[in-house]
Design a protein around this ligand. Sequence first.
Ligand code: PLP
Length: 419
Amino acid sequence: MASPAELLATPAATALDLARLRDDFPILSTKVHGRQLVYLDNAATSQKPRQVLERMRVYYEQENSNVHRGVHELSERATAAFEGARSRVRAFVNAKEVREIVFTRGTTESINLVAQSWGHANVRAGDEIVISTIEHHSNIVPWQMLCAATGATLRVIPVNDRGELELDAYRELLSAKTKLVAIGHVSNALGTINPVREMIAMAHSAGALVLVDGAQAVPHLRVDVQALDADFYVFSGHKMYGPTGIGILYGKAALLEAMPPWMGGGDMISSVTLERSTWNVIPYKFEAGTPNIADAIGLAAAIDYLESAGIENVEAWEHELLAYATAKLSAVPGLRLVGTAANKAAVISFVLDSAHPHDIGTIVDQEGVAIRTGHHCAQPAMNRFGVPATARASFALYNTKDEVDALVRAIEHVVEIFG
Ligand code: PLP
């Protein structure tokens, strides 16, 4: 790895046309508190390019209708666009079959779907579910609820002081009792990229299934669910330049087929009498009611956008931004990074000796810099590092080194105020 001085001396080198890309995001020219917006809260939600907004406008103006049920032209257009979006997602994560892609409201709903449906059908008292210390609450609480309901036990993979999962401890945790391992691909609080491929192979050797929470991975890394051999892989549209309210559950077809539905209603049935109902085929069995048609179509447009920028280019640029920000922030007196894993993506979490994270966030906001402060829905990770909260900057493809400089100036200002 280059020294901080070398990193700071390296000019921006990226295959991305940053000026053109930034122009695609109308919100980036917004002013806040009279200052140019510097948006560094992308791990919470990313901004949306015109291409996504435009695609959704076209949908509502020219194609809007309910899907699957109509014979009229508009319903056919809406169905074609909606099912086309499903195919786009399949290709994006390289699922084997399009029926392995279930539309949900987001990562949280996808995890709850698996916990409720697969979990209640397969987990019994005495079984174990393995998670890690640095999971988002949405990959902790549904498993706690499942354990409480079934009498299963939650086991937790520890992390070292850099925020990397301890794989030896993980190996020890795996046994014939382990039914499922549920792990994040990239930690939203620390930025750690977990070695999920290796961890999945280890879980499979123990006879356990694996759910990967990819909410923070898909915007930054190439994901191939077949190469990973993930049993379930879940993510949200809104963190990858798509709209809110849409997300994905990928599941291997045989698993999804064996799972019972979790919500009942229209579209998820094959037949209904007043005595009993039978279920539709996957993925529709898990999509009760009118789906979020427009946002699924918007998600497909976001995937097109990300792919046209080139996910490998995005990954390389964000890595450069991360290295640059790490070198610059590390030089601020009294600043401590939380999460210094060797393998990190797009997230930098820190605390200051002199100021509480909420004060940091409020002051830098006055200078137009949007960062997140708090526990990032990862309280166990905060407890592990002995902090109640951190300040977190997180990058997207449109961020620049000038914006990192603006963040650093704002943080230096906080240090001046608090001493
Ligand atoms: N998992 C991770 C790692 C996250 O970062 C988030 C959101 O911050 C979630 C899950 C939950 O995503 P959503 O709120 O879109 O359901």
